[in-house]
Design a binder for this molecule. Sequence first.
Ligand code: APR
Ligand code: ZN
Length: 257
Amino acid sequence: MAGAGISTPSGIPDFRSPGSGLYSNLEQYDIPYPEAIFELGYFFVNPKPFFMLAKELYPGNYRPNSAHYFLRLLHDKGLLLRLYTQNIDGLERVAGIPPDRLVEAHGTFATATCTVCQRNFPGEDFRGDVMGDRIPRCPVCTGVVKPDIVFFGEQLPQRFLLHLTDFPMADLLFVIGTSLEVEPFASLAGAVRSSVPRVLINRELVGPFAWQQRHNDVAQLGDVVGGVEKLVELLGWNEEMQTLIQKEKEKLDAKDK
Ligand code: APR
Ligand code: ZN
């Protein structure tokens, strides 16, 4: 289970870190209260603040960090059943984790939907508009097109239902870089069997790690990169991790040329 804390080392602010989190830096967006940026009611009145945020987060401007590559290494080793992420930066895909191993529980910029005629489009079609501060319009009915980011109160993607079989099957749970403040995602932390160890890698204790600890819970507190690197060291995966990161860096450099 991952949240915005795995992407802050990539330069993307999280939401709730005091001072640096997005929710404490919204003056520039002149919205009534932080969460409004992800509320449909407000979006229909004024989609601008959301699209200003979208411009910052649109895929292509940031690179994965070792927290993402640790999860990719778990996949390469056939150990990743599924990565449930709340992040909308798409860095899990950039890190090479295949979409069938991902549940992007709060949606993605990879696709977009017209808010009037409901037609679906690739998110790429509107990159120019978003980067050019223009509100994306449906080519068919001219309605406002909204990236498939889950707004408060909206249904989570169908794939979120995979948790019904994934969590009972899991034999180890990682919770990385999330405050576990938002439901129904946060409750997944309690959905693994009581015999299954839960490992939190986060700056501070959150959710059940703070108020409903189990005997086999483990918390690696501090910076997520340091926490992941310590685990990689203990697993003896340093070599493979460095090789993977170097290979992926070369791939991204080549693409940027
Ligand atoms: N190292 C370790 N922990 C970190 C780091 C870091 N470099 N950066 C941030 N964190 C921790 C913070 O201390 C916090 O506990 O990650 C957590 C981030 O929490 P949030 O900012 O609340 O982000 P997240 O949990 O992903 O938010 C969930 O809220 O607004 C909605 O839809 C939005 O998906 C988002 C959801
Ligand atoms: Zn339309």
